[in-house]
Design a protein around this ligand. Structure first.
Ligand code: 3NM
Length: 215
């Protein structure tokens, strides 16, 4: 179930969009995204009421299409909206504590190595986000790219962990990422920076699903 939802995970905030975030999400939904993360971060990111209002509208769209709506690093916002889950990084609120606060909502944790995967699992994470796989322009403080080898390494030791790969993934690399053992891809640019969002998203979806069927 979770592995299915991770197939094409769209991550986005207003800063990532060159047009109305609601229009971007609508097109991405039409293209076939399977999960959504509201990540309102970086220079010029909305805060307070403005952030809340945007989240509320994006959540409505996801609800209407049965797409899990995950909030990045803001447990209060996730609880206020009754969102489907929360995603936290290694530097954010501790995963154990987030788990206690959100009950059985989804918990995702960013990881960079096998040790962090094991820690996330003991904090009862529902999935891990491994990255950056390739260099990324979307996260200023991203660590060094870990490559496809890290996906294979983690999969060899944790056969069942729901794992989504993130960082610099494009139509050109999505197939290799799934073949290396990821259950899905999480992307910002491949959708936000696409000239035709719906078509490009649809193409990504097809690539991922085709690779997953063969795996
Ligand atoms: N987290 P793009 S990389 C949000 O390594 C995020 O944990 C990362 O954006 C991590 O698809 C990243 O444009 C940015 O490369 C992903």
């Amino acid at each position: 179930m979770m592995k299915q939802k991770l197939s094409l995970y769209f991550v986005m905030g207003s800063v990532d969009c060159t047009k109305d975030p609601l229009a971007v999400l609508d097109e991405a939904i039409e293209g076939g995204i399977t999960m959504f993360q509201f990540r309102e971060k970086g220079k010029g990111a909305l805060t307070g009421v403005e952030k809340y209002r945007l989240a509320e509208k994006l959540f409505e769209r996801c609800l209407a299409h049965n797409i899990p709506f995950i909030v990045n690093d803001d447990v209060d916002l996730a609880l206020a909206l009754q969102a489907d889950g929360v995603h936290v990084g290694q530097e954010d609120e501790a995963a154990e504590r987030v788990r206690d606060r959100i009950g059985d909502r989804y918990l995702g944790v960013s990881v960079h190595n096998l040790n962090e995967v094991k820690q996330a699992l003991s904090a009862r994470a529902d999935y891990v986000g491994l990255g950056p796989i390739f260099p990324t322009v979307s996260k200023k403080d991203a660590k060094q790219a870990c490559g496809l080898a890290m996906i294979k390494h983690i999969r060899a030791h944790e056969k069942h962990v729901p794992l989504v790969a993130i960082g610099g993934i494009t139509q050109q690399t999505a197939k290799q990422v799934i073949e290396a053992g990821a259950d899905g891809i999480a992307v910002i640019s491949a959708i936000c920076r696409a000239e035709q969002i719906r078509e490009q998203t649809k193409r990504l979806y097809e690539i991922v699903m085709c690779a997953k069927q063969k795996g």
